[in-house]
Design a protein around this ligand. Structure first.
Ligand code: SF4
Length: 381
């Protein structure tokens, strides 16, 4: 399935992208903006991402806002991440959980994870993302299935952001009540990918690229995509990300795609210089370009971003956000010392985020799904 994606895009050298995008003019961009609800096309995406569109950022934001309100109304979904382990077998150069780092490691038993989840549920969340380093001997399918079984009465939607699994493993988790899978490719550039992932199972680019295909085949309802912004040119990543999404949508239209926009953040013992850090204006352009090509996609912004930027982004396309997040295992309870994956930038309480949304006329949504719709074991519907 992904052969088309390869042939179409991912093997092209970045300089070709730059010269292609450089040919678009403001007239081309205005033509695309005149029809905000137009479907995805390669030409449309290129025009909206081009340097020519940078001078029309306000117009992009207005068009993106219009499409978002038409498709989503004022709804903004709230979710929380639950980190269950910061052990990892990989050596990603940008991550605090890199196995060569010397830090406090912690993994939660299923009972401990349930306790953390209860604290999260008490805040109002019904949409939970289970996150782990690649702690493959402990946070395996049996652990996740058992945890899902314990949590599914408490949450209406459970997703995972863990190591790449096989289609059969995704199916086991789907049957246990997990309905979403988030996997960031990190970077679509093979050379950059090889550099930033020098060892461990994650070094296999191809395996990661194909992972969402297995999740979709297993029935997963939500597929989360993203690139870690800072590793490679953001325009290149956005083009690849969009084509990845389009390919998945064509084949697995039953699953809903969402895009995340993780920008690089300081992390424990990470001392790399990242040559492609993305500015606020560039991130706005990226968000708007994707919204104007994928009207129905969820656009997700986590607490990696500051309160100020997240507040602004709500007005031009973001439809899902986390709040009150802890990025270390046990962080919602008493554990303060275990290593965080990265430093968060929006430290507001959940109630503050919720109240801000209401005061701005948004509808904060805790629950937009019911596991009764989910064909999993234990549901006889
Ligand atoms: S990004 Fe993920 S796989 Fe890589 S070191 Fe961090 S937790 Fe492990």
């Amino acid at each position: 399935m992904l052969e088309n994606l390869e042939q179409e895009n991912l093997t092209r050298v970045p300089t070709e992208w730059q010269s292609t995008l450089g040919k678009y003019t403001e007239t081309d961009v205005r033509r695309e903006l005149a029809n905000p609800l137009a479907h995805f096309s390669r030409r449309r995406l290129e025009a909206l991402l081009s340097p020519a569109a940078t001078g029309l950022l306000e117009e992009l934001a207005q068009a993106s806002r219009k499409v978002t309100r038409l498709r989503f109304g004022n709804a903004v979904n709230l979710y929380a991440p639950l980190y269950v382990s910061n052990y990892c077998v990989n050596q990603c150069r940008y991550c605090g959980f890199n196995c060569t780092h010397h830090d406090e490691r912690r993994r939660l038993t299923v009972d401990e994870a349930v306790e953390e989840a209860m604290l999260i549920a008490a805040e109002g969340f019904r949409d939970l993302l289970l996150v782990s380093g690649e702690d493959v001997n402990y946070i395996h399918v049996n652990y996740l299935a058992e945890l899902a079984g314990r949590l599914r009465g408490m949450f209406s939607s459970l997703s995972i952001e863990v190591q790449v699994l096989t289609q059969e493993e995704y199916k086991t988790l789907f049957d246990a009540g997990i309905d979403g899978v988030t996997i960031y490719q990190e970077t679509y550039d093979r050379a950059a990918y090889a550099y930033y992932h020098p060892a461990g199972p994650k070094a296999d680019y191809e395996n990661r690229l194909r992972s969402q295909e297995g999740a979709a085949r297993a029935g997963m309802r939500k597929l989360g995509l993203g690139a870690l912004l800072g590793l490679r040119d953001w325009r290149y990543e956005t083009l690849c990300l969009a084509l990845h999404a389009r390919t998945l949508m064509k084949h697995w239209w039953q699953s809903k795609i969402s895009f995340s926009f993780p920008r690089m953040r300081p992390a424990h013992e990470v001392r790399e210089d990242f040559p492609h850090l993305v500015s606020d204006r560039e991130l706005v352009q990226m968000i708007c370009a994707l919204r104007l090509c994928f009207a129905d996609a969820g656009l997700v912004l986590s607490t990696r971003e500051s309160a100020e930027f997240r507040n602004q982004a709500l007005h031009f396309g973001i439809t899902q956000m986390s709040a009150g997040s802890k990025t270390n295992p046990g962080g919602y309870g008493e554990e303060k010392s275990s290593t965080r994956q990265f430093d968060i930038a929006d430290n507001r309480l959940v109630s503050e985020v919720h109240d801000y949304l209401e005061n701005q006329g948004f509808d904060p949504v805790w629950k937009d799904w019911d596991c009764g719709f989910h064909r999993c074991e234990g549901n006889d519907r």
